[in-house]
Design a protein around this ligand. Structure first.
Ligand SMILES: [Zn+2]
Ligand SMILES: [Zn+2]
Length: 209
C-alpha cells in the first residue's frame, strides 16, 4: 500500500508542487475497510497540490481528478462519471496540552495527522505526515450524491419500464432529452397542486359575486 507522505521539514515558504496517483486498488481497499459504497475506478485519482510552510504552519491546496463508474439515479444505466474537486488544508503542530478525540488519536498515531471536522484544518505531529485519510475523505466528498448519466436524462418509462433515453448511438445524435426509448405516450398526470388551484378558482368564482 503506497504512502502519500509529506515531509514537513522539506517544505518552505515557496509552494512546492506535489503529485500523487491514487489507484483504484487503493480506493477499493479503503471502501472495503470503511464500508462505503463500492464503485469502479475507471481512471485513477490524481492529486495535484502545492504545499508550503511558514514556520510550523503547513498549507496545502490543490485539486483531485479521476473517473468512476456509477449507476445513473434516474435510468440505472452505468456510466463514467468524471470527478473533479478542489481542497485546501491548513495544518498546525499539536501542542502538548491539546486534547483530541479517539479518532484524532488514531489519526495522529497512524498518519501523524488529526483532521478537523470540516476537512480544512488539522493538527500534525512529527516530521512526516501521511495524507492517506485526507485523500480518502476528499474522494468520498467528491462522489456524486445523485449520479446522473446526463442532466437531461429521461429515466425509466413508468408504463413499460424501458430506458426512455433510447440506445446510446441514437442518443448522441439527437437533442438532449428526446425520448426514443419507447413509444408510450406522455400522459399528462395532473398534479395535486393543479387540482387544488382549479378548485380554488371554482370557489373564488362562486363566492366572488
Ligand atoms: Zn440516466
Ligand atoms: Zn414506455
Amino acid at each position: 500500500m503506497p504512502d502519500f507522505l509529506i515531509q514537513i521539514e522539506r517544505l518552505t515558504e515557496e509552494p512546492k508542487r506535489l503529485e500523487f496517483d491514487v489507484s483504484g486498488t487503493w480506493w477499493g481497499d479503503r471502501e472495503r475497510a470503511t464500508q462505503t459504497e463500492m464503485c469502479e475506478v475507471e481512471e485513477p485519482f490524481r492529486f495535484v497540490l502545492s504545499a508550503s510552510r511558514v514556520q510550523d504552519e503547513v498549507f496545502i491546496e490543490g485539486a483531485v481528478s479521476g473517473r468512476v463508474g456509477r449507476e445513473c439515479s434516474r435510468c440505472v444505466k452505468r456510466y463514467p462519471h468524471p470527478l473533479h474537486d478542489t481542497y485546501r488544508l491548513a495544518l498546525s503542530p499539536i501542542k502538548g496540552h491539546e486534547s483530541v478525540d479517539p479518532e484524532g488519536k488514531r489519526g495522529l498515531a497512524q498518519n501523524g495527522l488529526c483532521l478537523g471536522e470540516d476537512l480544512e484544518a488539522g493538527l500534525y505531529r512529527g516530521s512526516v505526515v501521511r495524507l492517506d485519510d485526507f485523500f480518502g475523505e476528499v474522494i468520498a466528498l467528491a462522489m456524486p450524491i445523485q449520479p446522473l448519466c446526463d442532466d437531461a436524462c429521461l429515466g425509466i418509462c413508468s408504463h413499460c419500464g424501458e430506458n426512455r433515453n433510447g440506445p446510446d448511438e441514437q442518443r448522441s445524435q439527437q437533442s438532449p432529452g428526446t425520448a426514443t426509448g419507447c413509444d408510450c405516450k406522455d400522459e399528462k398526470i395532473e398534479s395535486p397542486f393543479a387540482v387544488l388551484a382549479s378548485l380554488k378558482q371554482d370557489q373564488g368564482g362562486g363566492q366572488g359575486g
